[in-house]
Design a protein around this ligand. Structure first.
Ligand SMILES: Cc1cc2nc3c(=O)[nH]c(=O)nc-3n(C[C@H](O)[C@H](O)[C@H](O)COP(=O)(O)OP(=O)(O)OC[C@H]3O[C@@H](n4cnc5c(N)ncnc54)[C@H](O)[C@@H]3O)c2cc1C
Length: 461
């Protein structure tokens, strides 16, 4: 019997919590549970790894769909896996990697559900080669607002499928997905790392060389200034082949068992331990740790999910949490990218997790974030002085350059700024409203950004 709990819920950044009715449900009960939602509506929640307010629904229902390895069915002939919407990428990887398969797109953490991966249309270090998660979904089973289920895909109710990819849970609940996996020979990655003294050197190297690598990501020291502005470490690579492994040392080439090494305790003092001084020290050490050029073989965990080695690392920012800011600006707008980095560096904001990637072509989803260009993601403590005005200044630079923000990370953008970045919003809203005329699905983010028409107030059942 599912139990309803009223709890303060927030995103991974721990800002703006709201009080929600939270319920863990099985697939068999979900339609009946959702039908009981109040006028504040209902929303699916995965593992809460979106940073802002997209996975909370203040005053309304939050539905968590569980999932385990028992909900994973791999067809070894085609590499297509049928997997429950509540199953985590962590559980999925533990089943498929030892059998020679990998997820087509991996975010920086394994603690993401299949539902969350589709709803945010997540991207990885391989967007320039493979696109985003939705590109690899064969079909979805969606619970609709009227309690019925529908199978959608790029060839079947395509409009609803693409509205759901990147649709932040606002078209329905993803109960199950069929996803095409990537064949791998080993569970290791062959990685090349280069160190760059400034932004120009980094952008040139990425522009000229990324196409030769499936994966590419750079870490940027956002505290560095002047001639060192944008100093960085670039890591690129691909899944190692059997021939890349040292036969004596390798053991089982598909061995996979990543572990969390430590966890941050709940009671970190309120200002947190990340401030300008500690981040400057970390950045200096991190930059110096790398030689000018290095080739290595790394495990999947170390290459794709290094942060998962530290449990609850978001507590390092203290009780007030942090804001994650991610945008994309088109190729050719490198001046805007530099402007943003200069403003961040001049502000003294303590950001130690800043990463830059290159996006390739986007997909047909109206709200999918990736589009061709440079994407920068960074963390800033929420208590930073002048943060709101800094972010609004950055928004202006990003939008004037024809860029936009990522809903899965956003907690501060305005409806006008969002509309400017997503010119196909009205098209998405028309499809969404047709599917959900009574406005069942809603989130705090949807209210803040006016994604769902507030003029229609849902009547409680
Ligand atoms: C350390 C870290 C690194 C990250 N790296 C990346 C990265 O490299 N690339 C990237 O793209 N993202 C990245 N993210 C963000 C993360 O991948 C997304 O926010 C993802 O959506 C989180 O999935 P979740 O299961 O936690 O969903 P939640 O955060 O719980 O929910 C996110 C959205 O998905 C919806 N949703 C969840 N489950 C369902 C469902 N079953 N049906 C319908 N809608 C649903 C929710 O309603 C909400 O709108 C990172 C996050 C962290 C914490």
């Amino acid at each position: 019997m599912a139990v309803l709990m009223r709890r303060a819920m927030s995103g991974w950044g721990r800002t703006n919590p709201s009080s929600c009715e939270v319920i863990d449900v099985d697939r068999a009960d979900i339609a009946a549970v959702v039908a009981q939602a109040s006028s504040r509506g209902a929303l699916a929640r995965g593992l809460g790894r979106s940073y802002g307010d997209s996975a909370q629904n203040g005053g309304g229902l939050l539905v968590r769909l569980g999932g385990t390895a028992a909900d994973i069915f791999l067809d070894p002939d085609t590499g297509v896996v049928r997997v429950g919407g509540g199953v985590s990428l962590d559980d999925l990887l533990r089943v498929v990697v030892p059998r020679g398969w990998f997820i087509p797109v991996s975010p920086g953490t394994r603690s993401v559900t299949i539902g969350g991966a589709v709803a945010s249309d997540i991207h990885g270090k391989n967007h320039h080669v493979d696109g985003s998660f939705g590109n690899h979904v064969v079909s979805l089973t969606l619970l609709l607002a009227d309690g019925s289920t529908m199978v959608v895909g790029p060839q079947q109710h395509a409009e609803i499928f693409w509205a759901t990819v990147g649709g932040m849970g606002l078209t329905g609940i993803i109960l199950e997905a069929n996803v095409r996996l990537l064949a791998i020979e080993t569970s290791r990655c062959a990685v090349e790392t280069t160190r760059h003294d400034n932004l120009d050197s980094l952008l040139t190297e990425m522009s000229d060389g990324d196409e030769h690598y499936r994966y590419s990501v750079s870490w940027i020291d956002l505290i560095a200034k002047g001639r060192h502005l944008g100093r960085s470490v670039l890591s690129r690579g691909d899944h190692a082949k059997l021939s890349d492994l040292d036969a004596r040392a390798a053991g089982d080439p598909l061995r996979y068992g990543p572990r969390q090494r430590i966890s941050v305790p709940p009671l970190v003092p309120t200002p947190g331990v990340l401030n300008h001084a500690s981040v400057a020290l970390f950045n200096e050490g991190w930059f110096r740790h790398y030689p000018a050029r290095r080739a290595s073989v790394e495990g999947i965990g170390a290459f794709f999910h290094p942060l998962d080695g530290v449990g609850a690392w978001n507590r390092l920012y203290g009780r007030l949490g942090f804001v994650q800011y991610q945008f994309v600006v088109p190729f050719g707008e490198e001046t805007a990218l530099r402007d943003v980095i200069e403003r961040l560096s001049a502000s003294g904001a303590a950001s130690f997790l800043a990463v830059l990637k290159r996006f390739g072509v986007g997909n047909p989803a109206p709200l999918s974030f990736p589009s061709p260009g440079w994407t920068l993601a960074l963390d800033i403590p929420a208590r930073s002085k002048g943060l709101a005005s800094l972010l609004h200044d950055l928004d202006r630079v990003v939008l004037d350059a024809g860029g936009r923000h990522y809903l899965a990370k956003d907690s501060h953008t305005t409806p006008a700024a969002f509309r400017r970045g997503y010119p196909r919003l009205a098209e998405w809203q028309t499809i969404r409203d047709r599917l959900d005329p009574g406005r069942l699905w809603c989130s705090d983010q949807a209210r803040r950004l006016e994604l769902v028409d507030q003029a229609i107030i849902r009547s409680s059942s």
